[in-house]
Design a protein around this ligand. Structure first.
Ligand code: PLP
Length: 417
């Protein structure tokens, strides 16, 4: 197949305007300029996010919500300001609906424990999909084992999309929750969330969205989506590791048990009992990741300044360009071909182990991921051990994709003479 003549320069967007803000992108790897295509695992950080962490520790380090002193006030104001930025970024009705967690994983565990153990019981059913990251699978396995509930799965089709016919068949009056990924970290598929939420709402079933791959790349409006819960991670959207978010509709927060016990989440404590602090603090036991939350706020400022719509569009251009070029390469099999997709491309080169291929690419300065991508059930269904995955962000360029494809051609020569 001939490569489609895709525009090699975006008319709207110049990633080079932003690359200079990311010091790590100047790294030389094995004598070659770094090409960072592992953004689904974690993104790089712009200087202002890194500086925000330093500024926090140099200029306002103190514990939040407790100290009645200058630094304590300053840290608390900045921390709560970050909560407001998160709320605005996803259009949450109130900042009180934002709880800081360690990441998507902890946010989903919070729901499985604090909400699930209260509202899901024996023989109830939880619907997930076959394309979930382990973070949106294991917490539900643990809950199901504890309370005697059953997990049901929406299958994926050969092109990596959800099978709606099968979904309709497993939806029933025992379904208590639907929890699914907005964007697959293996196929790149952007699932039709509005359609799923509509089907769930018709039956009064809450929906949890794993937004780990979607929030960094797509505009997010929780009121429009009408989801009940949304979990995402700061480090996949320019923020630091160890900070994430759980959004929930207010009535869910009001009805949930505490997740962890400790300081900050209480109002009054006796030796044998306690009462709980107001929302969201009831769900933030212990000293939070203050610097992380404030730096996530800086990351949100950075993304908002560019504009999420622009980021989505540019990444679509990059992805279409890459897919067209990859289609010309002999022996490359791409997993996932859904109509709606983001900048995540999983592939294999014949029988070459992804670890060998990614090692080869690393020698040329290209960082891709090789493995099961924390989605072993997908690998089992596809009957493969692993894939190589290239995933893009707005600071990647068409030239980097050209170089990647050139190096893949070299790899094909090398591995399949
Ligand atoms: N969900 C999806 C779809 C992911 O891609 C990831 C991370 O790769 C996670 C959840 C887990 O995120 P974290 O490790 O930041 O908690």
């Amino acid at each position: 197949m001939e490569t489609m003549n895709v525009q090699k320069k975006s008319l709207e967007f110049d990633p080079n305007l932003y690359r200079q803000d990311f010091p790590i992108l100047n790294t030389i790897v094995h004598g070659k300029p770094l090409v960072y295509f592992d953004n689904a695992a974690t993104t790089q950080k712009p200087r202002m996010v890194i500086e925000q962490i330093v500024d926090y520790y140099q200029g306002m380090n103190a514990n939040v919500h407790r100290a009645i002193h200058y630094l304590g006030e300053k840290a608390t104001v900045a921390f709560e300001e970050a909560r407001k930025k998160v709320a605005k970024f996803i259009n949450a009705p109130s900042a009180r609906q934002i709880v800081f967690t360690r990441g998507t994983t902890e946010a989903i565990n919070l729901v499985a424990t604090a909400w699930g153990e209260k509202f899901i019981g024996q023989d109830d059913e939880i619907i997930l999909t076959e394309m979930e990251h382990h973070s949106n699978l294991i917490p539900w396995q643990l809950l199901a084992q504890k309370v005697g509930a059953k997990l049901r799965f929406i299958p994926f089709t050969p092109n990596g999309a959800l099978d709606f016919e099968a979904f309709e068949k497993i939806l029933n009056n025992k379904t208590r929750l639907i929890s699914l990924t907005y964007m697959s970290n293996v196929f790149g598929t952007i699932n039709p969330i509005k359609r799923i939420v509509r089907m769930a709402k018709d039956r009064g079933i809450p929906v949890l969205l794993d937004g780990a791959q979607s929030v960094p790349h797509l505009p997010t409006d929780v009121q429009q989506l009408d989801c009940d819960f949304l979990a995402f991670s700061g480090h996949k959207m320019l923020g630091p590791t160890g900070i994430g978010v759980l959004y929930a509709k207010m009535h869910h927060w009001e009805n949930m048990n505490p997740y962890q016990g400790g300081g900050e989440m209480i109002q009054s404590v006796w030796l044998d009992r306690a009462t709980w602090n107001e929302i969201p603090y009831k769900f933030e036991a212990g000293t939070p990741n203050i610097a992380g939350a404030i730096a996530l706020g800086a990351a949100i400022d950075y993304l908002s300044k560019i504009g999420m719509e622009k980021i989505t569009l540019f990444e679509q251009e990059l992805t279409t360009y890459a897919l067209n070029k990859l289609a010309d390469l002999k022996g490359i099999v791409i997993y996932g071909n859904a109509a709606e997709r983001g900048g995540v491309i999983s592939f294999n080169l014949g029988d070459v182990h992804p670890h060998d291929l990614s090692h080869f690419l690393d020698q040329q300065g290209i960082a891709v991921r090789a493995g099961h991508h924390c989605a072993q059930p997908i690998m089992r269904k596809l009957d493969i051990a692993a894939t190589t995955r290239a995933s893009f962000y707005f600071y990647n360029t068409f030239e980097e994709i050209d170089y990647f494809v050139e190096q893949l051609k070299e790899a094909i020569e090398f591995f399949t003479p």
